[in-house]
Design a protein around this ligand. Structure first.
Ligand SMILES: [Zn+2]
Length: 262
């Protein structure tokens, strides 16, 4: 048999080189609908299965994914992109005065008048961090080194029989999955946007629940106690905040220090 995708000659139901099925019939109406459903839920209910596991046994699922169970779960980055796109479409459907691209827009408040370039920088920084997507992106990147450093002693058993702690890339995937949870939480809180006065407690939930989720994630991944995971996560948050503050001061100093020295 010759694979119609990559021209490899083979025997069996699937091409060993690219994984394509041996039988490729003409497209029919059934496939047309199936491909749309597949796009939404991902092949073998992958999307739904991943979301279910992310909510019920997050750390165990993420550890399985890191240790090699890759095909049966939706990978973190495509999942996050999919959730962000879905969120943009859903919020647009609920309130058509906003465009789906608003999610990526940096909204500068026109009422805030900056008197000098430094103030302009602060307003721009505020606008960037007010955006859910950019804030999530920044926090994943800023969290990488503190998590790598603070969890460096917590080894997990690898499939090849060795023990090693999570490296930077592995922490990255853990934190991207955590951001996927934040998106699921945003979906769950959508109905409350219409409730007047709900902003305060939804904002609090968006602070507290992701932190608790991260504690559960690392508790299950590293097989550590609740207390240890809580302390290590809080320490990581403090270090990240401190690091962000230093980074902000450095950027600010480099950009405007000269103006102020004059
Ligand atoms: Zn092939």
């Amino acid at each position: 048999m010759k694979c119609l995708n990559c021209n490899t000659h083979f025997e069996g139901d699937f091409c060993p080189r690219c994984g394509q099925k041996a039988s490729t019939s003409r497209f029919e109406t059934k496939e047309m609908f199936l491909s749309i459903i597949k796009l939404l839920i991902g092949g073998d209910h992958k999307f739904l299965v991943t979301c279910k596991h992310l909510l019920t046994r997050p750390g165990h699922m993420v550890r399985e994914f890191l240790l090699g169970k890759r095909t049966c779960y939706y990978a973190p980055i495509p999942l996050l992109l999919f959730l962000v796109a879905l969120y943009a479409i859903v919020t647009f459907a609920l309130d058509s005065t906003t465009s789906p691209f608003d999610l990526l827009k940096i909204k500068l408040n026109k009422d805030d008048v900056a008197t000098d370039s430094a103030q302009q920088f602060v307003l721009f920084f505020q606008a960037v961090t007010d955006n859910r997507v950019y804030f999530a992106l920044f926090s994943v990147l800023l969290n990488l080194l503190p998590y790598r450093f603070i969890f460096r002693k917590y080894n997990i058993a690898r499939p090849d029989g060795t023990f090693a702690s999570l490296n930077v890339a592995e922490h990255f995937f853990v934190l991207v999955y955590q951001t996927c949870f934040n998106m699921l939480l945003a979906f769950a809180l959508l109905p409350f946007n219409a409730v007047p006065g709900s902003e305060i407690w939804t904002a609090r939930l968006c602070m507290v629940l992701p932190t608790i989720y991260c504690i559960i994630l690392y508790k299950q991944i590293c097989s550590i106690s609740w207390l240890r995971s809580t302390l290590l996560n809080l320490l990581s948050i403090v270090v990240t905040l401190f690091m962000s503050f230093i980074l902000l001061l450095l950027t600010f100093g480099l950009l405007y220090g000269y103006d102020y020295a004059k």
